[in-house]
Design a protein around this ligand. Structure first.
Ligand code: PLP
Length: 399
């Protein structure tokens, strides 16, 4: 007879490499909340938990789509209006030679499909370290390997180009660039992007350009798409409405495939095959894409103004607090300060949570250079909340 243990259904061994540190401490936080504590959540990158408002004309467009009966399946690639708006937006950024655009359930699904269509088991993918954990989860599912390249804190968190060059091997199929970056807030220079494109070109790599925060640059700079700088290199640019247009719960993202037509063609057939197999992206929210990209952009000025003030407050806290140093974030809404401690950073964030009720994510959850400790701060909360959190964190550091 089977023992109770014998009845256990085990998860696949490949999941051993799937980690999502961002929610690791949620259990500790929930236990504190149950005891009546009020937690200051600086851990999750969801603007809608704070004082940001979805542009009303987008909400109207989705209501209208549902009222007009667009409640069946959509085409696998997405609705035509959305695809043409995404194309116009991409072309404005200088992306040419576009061979395919597809709408997905968040940029996350585009990442999932595009990596699945490329990587065989045992192939490897160059990914940034610190990383955004979606990529390692998908790579693990495919039984492929991560080939993490360092982001260099001493160089404004720009990718270490020599490391990338050294790390390419015969099983390397692609490189992921997250720009603006989560978790560092770095925005990459033209020179960095051109050099990465050159490495990809020489080594036959597909570039996966995650540009989900491309309209959230905080210092008035213009965002550069790597696909625009390397029209010949096979490139999938990921974007979406979640962050720039304040609807992460609608799950609207996309991929834009560009580069040499003959080189990318067989791979794109694989991408399309997988897109058809999953039927389609949620239909009514796709009706928000055109009004979002082509309609009023006023909310962006408001969002950037708020984020800039909150970034500055974060930098001030880092500059004034002994034991903390911070490379100024230039985009998105994350800061990744270095913390001078001589013990594990997960314990540090757990102690901070337990003693001061401020929730961050430990740097080791994203990967960091050996011997260094960091924490990721989401600076989406309003200034009053952030000031309170930073006062508690400064006190905690002094102790
Ligand atoms: N890429 C990066 C770098 C992110 O930070 C996130 C979400 O935090 C995503 C992709 C996921 O985007 P989406 O909501 O469109 O799936």
């Amino acid at each position: 007879m089977l023992t109770q243990e014998g009845r256990e259904i085990l998860a696949a061994a490949r999941l051993e490499h799937v980690h999502y540190a961002i929610r690791d401490l949620a259990v500790v936080a929930d236990a504190l909340v149950a005891k009546g504590a009020k937690i200051l959540y600086l851990n999750v990158g969801d603007p809608m938990k704070f004082d940001f408002v979805t542009p009303p004309h987008m909400v109207e467009a989705v209501y209208k789509a549902m009222r007009d009966g667009h409640n069946g399946y959509a085409g696998s690639m997405g609705i035509p209006d959305a695809l043409s708006s995404i194309r116009v937006d991409a072309e404005k950024k200088g992306i040419r030679d576009i061979h395919s655009i597809f709408v997905t359930n968040g940029a996350s699904e585009a990442v999932d499909v595009c990596l699945a269509a490329l990587l065989n088991a045992g192939d490897n993918l160059l990914t940034p370290n610190p990383e955004y954990p979606l990529y390692s989860a998908v790579v693990a599912k495919l039984e492929a390997k991560l080939n993490p390249y360092a982001l260099d804190e001493s160089n404004g968190w720009q990718p270490d180009l020599d490391a990338i060059e050294r790390q390419v091997n015969p099983r390397t199929r692609g490189i992921v660039i997250i720009n603006p970056n989560n978790p560092t807030g770095a925005v990459y220079s033209r020179k960095t992007l051109e050099k990465i494109a050159d490495i990809a070109r020489r080594n036959n790599l597909v570039i996966f350009a995650d540009e989900i925060y491309d309209k959230l640059l905080l210092d008035g700079d213009e965002h550069l798409s790597i696909a625009a700088l390397a029209p010949d290199v096979p490139c999938i640019t990921f974007g979406g409405l979640s962050k720039n247009y304040l609807v992460p719960g609608w799950r609207v993202g996309w991929g834009i495939a560009s580069g040499s037509a003959s080189a990318i063609k067989p791979y794109l057939e694989g991408v399309h095959q997988l897109l058809r197999a999953r039927l389609c992206s949620a239909h009514p929210p796709q009706f928000a894409i055109k009004p979002a990209l082509e309609g009023p952009q006023d909310h962006l000025a408001v969002v950037r103004k708020k984020l800039k003030a909150r970034r500055d407050l974060t930098q001030k806290w880092a500059d004034e607090t002994p034991g903390v140093s911070l490379v100024a974030p230039k985009g998105a809404f994350y800061a990744f300060p270095k913390i001078e401690i001589d013990y594990d950073d997960k314990k540090w964030v757990t102690d901070l949570l337990t003693e001061k009720h401020v929730l961050l994510v430990h740097g080791s959850g994203f990967g960091q250079a050996p011997g260094t400790h960091h924490a990721r701060i989401v600076f989406l909360p309003d200034e009053a909340t952030l000031s309170k959190a930073y006062a508690s964190m400064a006190e905690f550091m002094r102790k």
